[in-house]
Write a protein that binds this ligand. Structure first.
Ligand SMILES: NC(=O)c1ccc[n+]([C@@H]2O[C@H](COP(=O)([O-])OP(=O)(O)OC[C@H]3O[C@@H](n4cnc5c(N)ncnc54)[C@H](O)[C@@H]3O)[C@@H](O)[C@H]2O)c1
Length: 325
């Protein structure tokens, strides 16, 4: 039998705190060598992009592949979303696909979760910190949710080029997190924050890196092609740079590829991977003055760990529909 979980089923069983716990374990496995993580495979049919993201986590007994497509004409031509994702979870003992689940909400939560884990390990430890969020789409929501779990926040400041989107974000998230959220009039107003998340669709730097205060931690999750970046060279130069994966950062992240190309840093500026920080192989923040950056490209180990969590919770709560294929 194969369990089918739609978006509502996934939402009903998936919680950010649980997701942060399994994503942290997945990064430990990556650092300890018990994870298998091939680079994502892209195929480009005429109308779009199809990405295949497989991974295996030995300790967690989790094996899966996410299929994500980006078809720009979908809304106009077919009244369907641009980005569609589904995950096929397999039984590692038999290889059989035992669950097919929607991947949209899963992707958002696992992307928040990794920033939550990075914040736990890299941000200053003091209480009553201020979160600053650039972008107010679904990813931005998940960033704030995860950061609010990792650190005690006194308030959040958000900035989006769309006022409407920022207002909707504030309405929804202040209620969900019971947190004061204020709208910034410009990017500079966000830079008083202690923990900054960049979750925009911008391909060019979104704030002036010279103005970031000492001791800030930044989670950069938006741009993910070699020529696009949300972070300028100045902030990269001023920071201790940690990535989810060195290989992914140097093949996908303009945030570090472009400053290397400009010659303002060399590749040794990449300080380490998040998994190595978690297992203590690489040092975390050295002091309260340092600026730390975590660059997230999004790894299949996050999807696989989260898919296994969702499946286990769904079985526990009798959620979803079983079908014979
Ligand atoms: N790292 C990962 O694993 C991962 C996973 C999923 C998505 N993403 C990326 O996260 C980003 C956000 O995704 P989303 O689904 O929330 O997108 P979205 O389009 O719903 O939201 C993006 C928001 O950014 C705003 N924006 C654009 N330029 C801006 C600027 N200069 N300053 C402030 N706000 C600006 C837009 O107005 C919009 O509200 C995308 O780039 C997406 O590709 C990363």
């Amino acid at each position: 039998m194969t369990l089918i979980l739609n978006r509502e089923n996934v939402i009903s069983v998936l919680d950010m705190k649980d997701c942060m716990d399994v994503v942290e374990k997945a990064f430990k496995e990556l650092a300890n060598g018990t994870a298998v993580l091939p680079l994502r495979t892209p195929i480009t049919p005429p109308d779009g992009l199809s990405l295949y993201m497989p991974a295996y986590l030995k300790e967690m007994k989790a094996l899966a592949c996410k299929v994500v497509t980006v078809y720009k004409n979908n809304p106009k031509k077919f009244n369907m979303p641009v980005v569609i994702g589904k995950v096929l979870l397999q039984d590692p003992e038999t290889g059989d696909v035992n669950c097919i689940m929607d991947g949209g909400y899963l992707t958002a939560v696992r992307t928040g979760a990794v920033s939550g884990v990075a914040t736990k390990y890299l941000a200053r430890k003091d209480k009553n910190q201020v979160a600053g969020i650039f972008g107010t789409g679904v990813q931005a929501q998940m960033q704030l949710w995860a950061v609010a779990i990792a650190r005690e926040l006194s308030k959040a400041i958000v900035y989006d080029i769309s006022d409407e989107s920022a207002d909707a974000f504030i309405k929804e998230m202040s209620k969900k997190l019971n947190l004061e959220i204020v709208k910034a009039k410009n990017p500079d107003e966000v830079l008083v924050a202690d923990i900054i998340c960049t979750a925009t669709s911008s391909a060019t730097p979104i704030f002036d890196g010279k103005k970031v205060k000492k001791g800030t931690h930044i989670n950069g999750i938006g741009s993910h092609t070699p020529n696009a970046r949300e972070l300028d060279s100045e902030i990269i130069m001023r920071s201790r740079f940690i990535g989810d994966s060195k290989e992914a950062c140097f093949s996908e992240a303009g945030d570090i590829i472009l400053p290397v190309k400009e010659g303002v840093i060399d590749e040794s500026h990449f300080y380490g991977e998040l998994g190595d920080v978690i297992i203590g192989k690489v040092e975390s923040r050295l002091n309260d003055e340092e600026i730390t950056i975590f660059k997230s490209n999004g790894l299949a180990i996050q999807d696989v760990a989260t898919a296994k969590l969702i499946y286990d919770k769904a079985i526990e709560s009798n959620t979803g529909v079983n079908i014979e294929i």
